[in-house]
Ligand binder design. Structure first.
Ligand SMILES: [Zn+2]
Length: 321
């Protein structure tokens, strides 16, 4: 199917900072500030009425427009960003926002919830995502402070809006004759990672576990092997378009590439720890350079540090519960 690009525009609001340092020279951002250069937000209709919003620097969303109302996946990093998403939806439809799915409990995917609560939406998330929204709120706020400061967003505007409905393994929704399956295949990047599957459209929104050509923060995962296995399972599904929580639209090869990268990271880290290498030794000598062109590679020191913590203590650095 031909992609229909609905809108393409740069974000004018709050774009005072636009650094274009080569990533190799960029230092790890302090407190979540964003150092990458601006790439315009892109909205694509990936199937009739199903829209994907790709925002390279921050996080992605999707929304399904039907005669009965709208389903929104994830709500962005701040209520102001959520207002922009709502305005984008309103360019397409004036139907009510019926459902919001929060795929995981990272602030860049749910801190805009309050805007859609005001619109009357019912919120759905996995039971563990609901739990993490409460237990990890302070950590998530701290991780986003640099971003709020950079964009001049007031952190006080972020209100915790918890799901109205939770599920454990699978929940099927129908809206305006369309079928949406929320699937839980165990933890990937996070406990509670929810996959939003549109079977007829052969599209899946993958939230935390898959982002095209991106290293993912491993400080939350309780099981790298389940994460890798999940990616291989979703690559085998009847799906043509993989919509990640970050990055552009992916295909099966992109999903399998991430699975292999994580498997290689896991194996390399386990081997180094088994040899008795210290965390600093690993950071200095084990660089996973095969994947140096993958986005976020400049944060590798942090990833090694987090995963070293997991392998040596048996618990993720940002463990839940
Ligand atoms: Zn994210």
């Amino acid at each position: 199917m031909k992609l229909h690009v609905v809108a393409l525009w740069t974000v004018a609001l709050g774009c005072a900072v636009s650094l274009s340092l080569p990533l190799a020279l960029a230092q790890a951002p302090a407190d979540g500030a964003i150092l990458e250069k601006d790439i315009p937000i892109k909205v694509t209709e990936v199937a009739p009425g199903l829209f994907f919003q790709y925002h390279h620097q921050e996080s992605n969303n999707a929304f399904l427009v039907t005669d009965e109302g709208v389903l929104v996946i994830d709500t962005r990093q701040h209520p102001r960003r959520a207002e922009e998403l709502l305005a984008t939806i309103r360019k397409v439809t004036d139907k009510p926002i019926k459902w919001v799915v929060n795929t995981h409990a990272h602030g860049d995917h749910y801190f805009g919830n309050a805007v859609f609560k005001r619109e009357g939406a019912t919120f759905i998330a996995h039971r563990d995502t609901a739990g993490m929204m409460k237990s990890h709120l302070a950590i998530e706020m701290k991780r986003r402070m640099g971003y709020f400061k950079q964009r001049q967003y007031d952190p006080g505007e972020v209100k915790l809006v918890l799901p109205d409905v939770t599920f454990d393994s699978k929940l099927t929704l129908t809206l305006g004759g369309r079928t949406v399956e929320l699937l839980y295949l165990g933890p990937g990047q996070n406990p509670g990672d929810t996959l939003v599957y549109f079977p007829k459209e052969r599209v899946i929104f993958t939230g935390g576990p898959f982002s095209k050509n991106s290293w993912a923060n491993p400080s939350f995962t309780p099981s790298m092997s389940n994460w890798v296995e999940m990616l291989r399972k979703i690559a085998a599904m009847d799906v043509d378009k993989y919509l990640g929580g970050h990055g552009d639209i992916g295909n099966k090869q992109d999903v399998l590439h991430e699975a292999q990268m994580l498997a290689d990271f896991d194996a390399g880290m386990r081997e180094a720890v088994a040899k008795g290498m210290s965390k600093d030794d690993i950071i200095k000598n084990v660089k996973f350079e095969k994947y140096k062109d993958v986005r976020n590679y400049y944060r590798m020191n942090l990833f090694i540090s987090s995963y070293y913590h997991f392998l040596t203590t048996g618990r993720p650095e940002n463990a839940y519960p």
